[in-house]
Design a protein around this ligand. Structure first.
Ligand SMILES: [Fe+2]
Length: 297
């Protein structure tokens, strides 16, 4: 098609989108082109801004490595990943869900840990945290034999792969639920942390006067055949950023009952006070068990 005027461009592009054989790809590309062209018209995008946009996307790709995923950070910073999560879970957004962001730091092959064991693999100063959780189905019956990946930041807010002080796979582990659907382990209380701000996302946050912090949270991934894999985070309500998460991930359902204890631990005199406990129940929805693509190696 020979383009006569700017009004001709959008219909010309939409016409070729119509040739897409895959109906879902056709739907997505047609809508994307419609919204993208409308956006360009609405803001009156200049040539300079368009060139900047291309450079920014290139920079985000180049900034993404085996240990850093700038795309995931940007998707969270724009609220796209939490929106996708909430629209695709809890009966497609109709009911509360415990599904949450995977985040950029899940690693496959976390080391196995027995229930009652510790995921602290190298000296990690900080208050002790005992996590005790139950995995159930929608009827409230226990889900036994579920594989549970847990991972979290240290008490100074660093994941092991970001911190030379921590042993490999520190504060990461894989547990299996018992016949009562329970899993439990010992760790240290995690802290909130700033997302990496040395490239594109950081410049955006500074331009918008936003802080870069995520509130403290425990990541959980629960895998069991016959159920939709639950990717979740449980947030600590005492964190100063609990209601201003830079990634928009905190939902009411995922604010955990982190209890502070100033009395001695009843069973272990070696636990310093204060120590913390977290009890939480995860509910699996029926569906397909599928592991996500690891954002880092
Ligand atoms: Fe995290």
């Amino acid at each position: 098609m020979i383009i006569e005027r700017h009004e001709d461009v959008t219909p010309a592009v939409l016409a070729v989108m119509e040739q897409t054989t895959d109906p879902r790809l056709r739907e997505i590309m047609t809508s994307l082109v419609s919204h993208l062209h409308a956006f360009v018209r609405e803001v009156g995008l200049t040539e300079e801004e368009f060139q900047s946009a291309a450079a920014i996307l290139n920079e985000m790709g180049q900034a993404t490595t085996d240990t850093h995923n700038e795309m995931v950070l940007m998707a969270g910073s724009l609220g796209v990943s939490p929106l996708v999560c909430l629209l695709n879970n809890g009966d497609n957004g109709a009911t509360e869900t415990q599904q949450n962001l995977l985040g950029p730091f899940w690693r496959m092959h976390s080391p196995p840990v027995d229930n009652g064991g510790s995921i602290v693999r190298s000296p990690t100063p900080g208050p002790v945290l005992f996590v005790s959780a139950r995995v159930q189905d929608r009827a409230g019956d226990p889900v036994a034999g579920a594989e549970v990946d847990v991972w979290h930041s240290s008490p100074v807010g660093l994941y092991e792969h970001q911190d030379a002080e921590q042993a490999a796979m520190n504060l990461r582990g894989k547990l299996v639920t018992d016949d009562a659907g329970r899993f439990w382990f010992r760790t240290v209380k995690m802290a909130g942390y700033p997302i990496p701000t040395n490239t594109v996302v950081g410049r955006l946050l500074r331009a918008q006067h936003r802080h870069p912090f995520r509130p403290a949270h425990l990541h959980v991934l629960i895998f069991k055949e016959g159920y939709k894999t639950l990717v979740s985070q449980v947030y600590s309500p005492d964190d100063p950023h609990i209601d201003t998460d830079v990634q928009f991930g905190v939902t009411r359902a995922l604010i955990g009952d982190f209890q502070r204890h100033d009395e001695p631990h009843p069973a272990d005199a070696g636990v310093q006070t204060p120590w913390y406990s977290l009890d939480y129940t995860f509910t699996l929805e029926p569906g397909t068990a599928r592991l996500p693509r690891p954002p880092i190696k």
